[in-house]
Design a protein around this ligand. Structure first.
Ligand code: NAD
Length: 255
């Protein structure tokens, strides 16, 4: 396993997919900063990890929209465990569904779903190039490949996240920086199945796409696919087999 002994930061680590990735990393011997806007959920995931793998996780609350928060996560990892080897830009929001989304709604989605990836890469990649090693995993979405899935701010920012991850991979891949891009669909988390009353109107769109695409996946299945992709150094991670078919149908050629 390429993650054994590595130091990782997982954003959105208090949520479904991020929590599962953080736990899978620790189970393979990585040490993890579990970061989330919701400090309590981050702490709960870190506590669970530490119960099974003592001393393997620390929790951090904070909004990844800000460069200083991201810098703080990297410093926390360095102080607790050592230099960051792997960064999982996984925090995400559904945003606003239609063309009437205002500037504030666009800015929020751009900040959380895209600029947080760019800012983390700006802080980490130069050091990784210097030492010739580092792994950046971007969580985009099937909505970043197939525009018919997701609302306006979600589909557009996730397409941009796929684009940024591809650009990073192409630009720094021959300098030791590995990049993978997770494009899930239909995963059983609060993003897709919000608590009652918390539905922002997008889950109905998302659910329609899930129904059309097929079964719902559990976060642990997605995390297992992420770890397998890291082992294989595979760029695109598409855990949902039916989405893979839809993407192939679109004429995409990839490995
Ligand atoms: P989730 O809601 O369980 O987790 C998302 C986490 O991100 C939450 O814990 C939330 O508090 C955190 N977060 C939101 N804004 C933040 C911010 N500004 N700063 C720090 N943390 C923040 O949902 P999930 O399904 O686990 O989502 C994880 C990622 O997977 C997201 O990027 C999402 O877009 C992507 N995704 C999920 C699905 C799915 O079917 N669930 C499909 C495609 C893509």
């Amino acid at each position: 396993m390429k993650v054994a002994g590595k130091v990782a930061v997982v954003t959105g680590g208090g949520g479904g997919i991020g929590g599962a990735i953080a736990q899978a990393l620790a189970a393979e011997g990585a040490r993890v900063v579990v970061a989330d806007l919701d400090a309590a959920t981050a702490q709960a995931v870190a506590d669970k990890i530490n119960a099974d793998h003592p001393g393997s996780a620390v929790a951090a609350g904070g909004d990844v929209s800000g460069t200083e928060v991201i810098r703080g996560l990297i410093e926390l990892a360095e102080k607790g465990f050592g230099p960051v080897d792997m960064y999982f830009a996984n925090a995400g929001i559904t945003g606003a569904p239609g063309l009437d989304a205002d500037d504030a709604a666009w800015d929020l989605s751009l900040d959380v779903n895209l600029r947080s990836h760019i800012r983390a890469a700006q802080l980490l990649v130069p050091g990784w190039v210097e030492r010739g090693d580092g792994y950046f995993v971007s969580t985009a979405s099937a909505a970043g490949l197939l525009t018919q899935i997701g609302g306006a701010t979600y589909a557009v920012t996730k397409h941009a996240a796929v684009g940024f991850a591809e650009w990073l991979s192409v630009t720094y891949g021959d300098q030791g920086v590995k990049v993978s891009c997770l494009c899930p669909q239909g995963v059983n988390t609060k993003l897709l199945f919000p608590d009652e009353g918390a539905d922002d109107g997008l889950s109905a769109t998302a659910m329609k796409a899930v129904t059309e695409a097929g079964d719902v996946l559990e976060p642990a299945q997605v995390a297992a696919d992420v770890l397998a992709a890291i082992d294989d150094e595979r760029f695109l991670i598409l855990p949902h087999p039916k989405v893979l078919d839809m993407y192939r149908h679109k004429g995409a050629d990839y490995d």
